[in-house]
Design a protein. Structure first.
Length: 165
């Protein structure tokens, strides 16, 4: 089930521009690559198909499993999942926080706009995810419950959104 969700997330991200407004930083000393045609925009009516990934698009397979760092360069968790609307827009990034080697870890769903994505041109364009949130804020944030967890009866509460300042 998790693999099919990951595949669905990858397909939906490739077909949306939800990640387009995010910054992709590059070193000022690198040379610009040869010009390539931009990937055509995906049509919601089914008229156009993507033929290549655009430089401003991110595959979910490259996003899931990445560490998330604070502004102090401290790793605070790993991306475990992406939460999407039915229309394909990414709503939140599920980050596993706390614990050690997976023991005692809990999932926290952070809004996508609180994550900054950059690419390091000096390190083979390696993806780097950062947030202004602190490790303590995420550890004290409410645990995220997936829909299947609620169906299994492991919780009776409804999904809520909590904001931090």
């Amino acid at each position: 089930m998790k693999k099919s969700i990951n595949i669905f997330a990858a397909a939906a991200i490739a077909g949306t521009t939800a990640l387009a407004p995010m910054a992709f930083a590059q070193s000022a000393t690198t040379t610009a690559p040869a010009a390539t045609p931009a990937a055509p925009a995906a049509s919601m009516t089914g008229g156009t198909y993507l033929t290549q990934q655009g430089s401003d698009q991110m595959a979910a397979t490259n996003f899931i499993g990445q560490n998330v760092y604070t502004s102090d360069n401290k790793s605070i968790g790993e991306v475990n999942d992406l939460i999407m609307q039915q229309n394909g827009g990414v709503v939140a990034v599920v980050i596993g926080v706390g614990g050690f080697l997976g023991m005692g870890e809990k999932d926290v769903a952070m809004p996508l706009d609180k994550i900054t994505m950059t690419r390091d041109a000096k390190d083979n364009n390696k993806l780097r995810l950062t947030t202004m949130e602190t490790a303590d804020a995420l550890k004290s944030a409410p645990e995220f419950k997936r829909l299947e967890d609620m169906r299994d009866g492991s919780t009776t509460s409804s999904t809520t959104t909590t904001t931090t300042k």
